[in-house]
Design a protein around this ligand. Sequence first.
Ligand code: NAI
Ligand code: 13P
Length: 319
Amino acid sequence: MHVAVLGAGSWGTAVAGVLAHRADSVGLWCRREELAAQVRATGSNEAYLPGVPLSPRIAAGSEFAAVVAGASFVVLAVPLQQLRSRLSQWAGEFPAVPVVNLAKGVEAATGEFGTEIVREVLDVPHVLALSGPNLAAEIARGQPAATVVAGTDLAVAQEVAEAFTTPVFHAHAVTDVVGVDVAGAFKNVVALAVGMVEGAGLGANARAAVLTLGLSEMAALGCRLGASTSTFLGLAGAGDLVATSTSSLSRNHRVGVALGEGLPLPAAVQRAGGTAEGVATAPALLRRDADLPFVRDVVAVLEGDVSPVQAVSRLLSAS
Ligand SMILES: NC(=O)C1=CN([C@@H]2O[C@H](COP(=O)(O)OP(=O)(O)OC[C@H]3O[C@@H](n4cnc5c(N)ncnc54)[C@H](O)[C@@H]3O)[C@@H](O)[C@H]2O)C=CC1
Ligand SMILES: O=C(CO)COP(=O)(O)O
């Protein structure tokens, strides 16, 4: 079996390593040939996962057609805000195989989730989402984790989940694609808020309250969009929410901490490094659904209208 991973950031590279346990070969598409050449030369992705040796079954390249040729399925590891434009460039030559989206967020221009964008742009037989408490650095180091693969066709989701499963990485097939999309996007906004609590030194009680209120609003939104409540109590919901909100490995959490410490947004994003999807996703969620007071308070901080301490006070008093 050959599979293709498009996007060689920290998560795309870690996922290529997971897939290399079962696949005969994994194509890893890099945006820049310079990075592909470095990966081929050193057997590691020094820009995004420094010091982590990659399986020899991973073949890095920057030519789309060569990377996807013969793939049983294709994995998208491109940040959410860049997904549509990148897919549009590939659409004419995209293979007719299942596609698994990894990006967690909501598109600023449209209010759409990852699988909705993929379905709009590509003509492929199945669109799935993989999501869960999956901090890339831990998975790249081989630490144990679990996740879900969501697809409306359970048999296809099971086949894909099997391809992702290793002795330490456990992928479970589910059918609630909407719930998994909502959870993956929303938890990034909650991680920003929980980070603010930490950065401002507001304590464990406030942190637990903010995390809980975020989960509650996430589930309410999901149910309005047709998701199942049980998804929000599972790995893609509460699981990912807790991992992202409480770990310093999370970029969204780090942006929140920096805001809580009083840094302006551009400096907070720069200090956090990497892709913090929650920053663009928070206002985009409001475009999708106006009845989200938790998200609104986070956006007010991002836009500099209120301080993190004021926002947390508003969140707690509104509960
Ligand atoms: N890093 C993690 O622990 C996890 C990340 N994710 C999600 O995976 C997605 C990708 O994130 P990371 O790999 O962490 O990001 P990253 O910040 O480590 O890397 C970003 C990658 O996107 C590529 N990229 C940027 N603009 C692009 C464009 N226009 N076209 C194609 N590629 C482009 C960069 O070249 C780079 O390879 C995000 O939506 C993130 O929320 C999901 C689970 C875990
Ligand atoms: O989604 C993630 C863990 O599941 C990664 O979180 P960050 O994007 O905040 O680093």
